[in-house]
Design a protein around this ligand. Structure first.
Ligand SMILES: Cc1ncc(COP(=O)(O)O)c(C=O)c1O
Length: 392
């Protein structure tokens, strides 16, 4: 069984996708062809935003978003440690400092209370200038935007929504991709809306930000592509991918309906010794992944073993698929993310299992069996004492 059965999906859309691909082959506009504009307009309509700027992948989308907001060296960007590596990586690539807040143990998304503490701590330390919050809609569930938008307003921070996993999710009718100053997504094939290669997009309602993004994705172009007014990069969505995505976006609302039905079926049939995902009232998850919690780590291992196929089919991939690692694991002294560290250690994606049992504290949550302590060193994040382990 495939984790995401792209072939089955292609089979249902084959004629439409093939026709679109041939249209591009016929006109030959492979770079920024008419399908790119058409797809951007369709995305804007779907997300309910004024401007969509497509680009080469979801990581570039995050870096470009930060650059368009003028975020760089000396700036702090608050984010969740429980995400795919690209989130914090993009902050570092923009030259800024990722500052981690812990997660809500039920939704696994950034916890607004911990976020506020991180903002206050950074303000007090005066080493980095608080500039933005980068949220992640983990596993498809939008973050708590009511609280986070209020915090951004209070502390005058930009909000960047990383909706790489969240595209298709909603809060009371407001779609992922429409939260924050800027939002981004990824069209990596296994994402809720995936293409047949790499792709990404950035969404905003701010005309000036959109202008800078259009310039940044084509070598900092000005009036035309040989008039370079800033340092940019080459990060365009291929016309062929845009053509494929036009058809996939058309089918997307129907697929979302089906995902809701499948998720409901999983939830209905979960045994009482497993905890299903928590979707707050008024929220819709795009179910990028459906994850469950086991009673303990040992139980999780037992279930995962039982899920492994006896034959040599690919079903085991589901059972062994791992959730994102947290960069906060790198520092036990900070204790930035004890909840996130616990969840990260034990998390797997559907139908694999996360552990519900809490370790004694944040540090032990990230220590693996057999790891020995080495002399303490100062943590470079907080100046507290850091426990060093062998093999690092
Ligand atoms: C939360 C998150 N952000 C960013 C990315 C990066 O997207 P891409 O692989 O298109 O660069 C991913 C991809 O897995 C992701 O899950």
């Amino acid at each position: 069984m495939q984790f995401i059965d792209l072939k089955a999906q292609y089979d249902t859309l084959r004629d439409r996708i093939d026709a679109r691909i041939h249209q591009v082959l016929d006109h030959g506009g492979y770079i920024m062809g008419p399908e790119v504009k058409e797809f951007e307009a369709a995305l804007s309509a779907y997300c309910g935003v004024e401007h969509t700027i497509t680009c080469a992948n979801g990581t570039d989308a995050l870096v470009l978003a930060l650059k368009a907001l003028g975020i760089g060296p000396g700036d702090a960007v608050f984010t969740t440690p429980f995400t795919f590596f690209a989130t914090a990586e993009a902050i570092a690539l923009a030259g800024a400092r990722p500052v981690f807040a812990d997660i809500d143990p039920r939704t696994f998304n950034i916890d607004p209370a911990s976020l506020e503490q991180a903002i206050l701590r950074t303000e007090q330390e005066r080493k980095f200038l608080p500039k933005a919050v980068m949220t992640v809609d983990l596993f498809g569930l939008p973050a708590d935007y009511d609280a986070i938008e209020a915090l951004c307003e209070k502390y005058k921070l930009d909000l960047v929504e990383d909706a790489a996993q969240g595209f298709g999710g909603e809060i009371r009718g407001r779609r992922a991709g429409s939260f924050g100053t800027v939002a981004t997504t990824s069209f990596f094939p296994a994402k809720p809306l995936g293409c047949y290669g790499d792709g990404g997009a950035i969404f905003t309602n701010h005309e000036g930000v959109a202008e800078r993004l259009r310039s940044l994705r084509v070598h900092g172009k000005g009036g035309d592509k040989y008039d370079n007014v800033r340092i940019g990069t080459n990060s365009r969505l291929d016309t062929l991918q845009a053509a494929i995505l036009i058809e996939k976006l058309e089918a997307f609302p129907d697929e979302m309906e089906k995902r809701q039905q499948v998720a409901q079926r999983y939830t209905n049939q979960l045994p009482n010794w497993l905890t299903g995902p928590h979707v707050p009232e008024g929220y819709v998850s795009s179910w990028a992944q459906y994850s469950v919690l086991a009673e303990s780590g040992a139980e999780r291992t037992r279930i995962m073993k039982a899920c492994r196929p006896r034959s040599s089919t690919s079903a085991s991939r589901k059972a062994t698929s791992r959730s994102p690692r947290t960069p906060a694991r790198a520092c036990s002294a900070c204790r930035w993310g004890p909840t996130s560290a616990r969840r990260t250690r034990a998390a797997c994606s559907k139908p694999s299992i996360r552990s519900r049992r809490a370790p004694p504290d944040g540090a032990s949550a990230v220590r693996t069996a057999g790891e020995a302590r080495r002399p303490a060193r100062r943590c470079r994040h907080t100046s507290r004492t850091r426990v060093r382990r062998r093999g690092r």
